[in-house]
Design a protein around this ligand. Structure first.
Ligand code: SF4
Length: 350
């Protein structure tokens, strides 16, 4: 007889939780998408409950035009430094991987400080691709401050930073039929529980969750219980990492270097105040001001429904290319390129 553990009891409770009328829940974070499928949490959902992925994978929401800009910079002979997963993302005509094969100086780095060092050591123009959410942005802000302090004249940023709450607001306002959100643990460590007050005001509950199986299962249970009872609160279920007030120091470094601006999201279009751009005092670090970048948007690639996946409108297998012409070893769209992309997670973990 199989031994029962606290985890199996928790899983049983979730599986048998009655949810009258069903519910559609969105997990916002790409790391949650991967963890859910790796642990098979989707098989523990009560009858009528559907879990969909949201716009929480930074590579996936970055529009083609940004890759096109990076490609255009690489063709000008500057060093383009980026987190590795951006290299395979197809732009409208090329990718950084293809540019590297064609002789472009593209470097994969682990942190913006590596890119800063690259600029110092090489003495050449070095552009770091500043992509990510509230989690990644503070380290990029620190790199910008260091570049100024060191009077480094050959380092700049091509920014495509995004903020999670405005994207959630946009999703909520388009009445997507969502009953609640599994909220991102890492982003919440910076912005805190307070940042999601607008969800409760829209009569939607949310639970900030960690990334272990028990974190996710217990958070889904809490979320569905609130949904059943008509309680619209934000619960912090990841207290070992997330403080309700978030990380004020990180937010103040961010505010010193960046300011919010309207930004384009793949699948969601332009969302007011959902991006971060460099403040005027840091204009010298802005690659768009330092270089003339000619990058025209090409027509959208045919067949890829990554945008619908990111809005929770379809599951990846509903895309006609899924696991046929679009596979992790031959990705057509960004949701298959990134290891945190929903399409990739569905193929990898089933
Ligand atoms: S399977 Fe590929 S082509 Fe289809 S939505 Fe996902 S990334 Fe796009």
């Amino acid at each position: 007889m199989a031994k029962t553990t606290p985890l199996t009891r928790m899983a049983e409770r979730l599986l048998h939780l009655p949810v009258p009328g069903g519910a559609k829940i969105m997990e916002v974070c790409g790391s949650h998408t991967v963890a859910i499928r790796r642990f098979g949490v989707q098989r523990l959902l009560p009858a009528g409950v559907k879990l969909v992925s949201g716009p929480g994978c930074p590579v996936c929401v970055t529009p083609d035009l940004f890759i096109d800009e990076a490609v255009a910079l690489a063709r000008q002979g500057v060093i383009v430094a980026s987190f590795g997963d951006m290299l395979r993302v197809p732009g409208s005509r090329s990718s950084l991987e293809r540019e590297r094969a064609a002789g472009g100086d593209i470097r994969a780095v682990y942190s913006p400080l590596d890119a800063l060092r690259l600029a110092e050591d090489s003495g050449r123009e070095t552009v770091f691709l500043a992509v990510g959410f509230e989690t990644t942005a503070p380290a990029i802000a620190v790199a910008a401050l260091l570049a100024v302090e060191k009077k480094l004249a050959n380092f700049s940023l091509l920014t495509s930073l995004r903020l999670v709450p405005p994207a959630l607001k946009a999703l909520v306002s388009e009445s997507s039929g969502l009953a609640g959100f599994l909220l991102p643990g890492h982003v919440s460590a910076i912005i805190g529980r307070q940042a999601y007050g607008f969800l409760a005001a829209s009569r939607l509950p949310g639970v900030i969750a960690g990334f272990h199986a028990e974190d996710i299962i217990s958070s889904l249970g809490l979320l569905l219980e609130m949904h059943n009872k008509g309680i619209y609160e934000i619960v912090n279920n990841y207290r070992r990492v997330v403080r309700d007030e978030g990380n004020e120091r990180s937010r103040s470094v961010l505010a010193e270097v960046f300011t919010p601006s309207d930004a384009e999201w793949r699948g969601l279009g332009s969302i007011p105040a959902s991006g971060l751009v460099l403040r005027p005092a840091f204009a010298a670090l802005d690659a768009r001001q330092r270089f003339t970048i000619h990058a025209d948007s090409a027509p959208r690639r045919k067949g890829c429904r990554c945008g619908d996946v990111l809005r929770g409108l379809i599951d990846p297998p509903a895309c006609p290319l899924f696991n046929r012409s679009c596979r992790p070893d031959h990705p057509v769209g960004p949701c298959m390129v990134s290891s945190e992309g929903s399409c990739s997670a569905w193929v990898t973990y089933g």
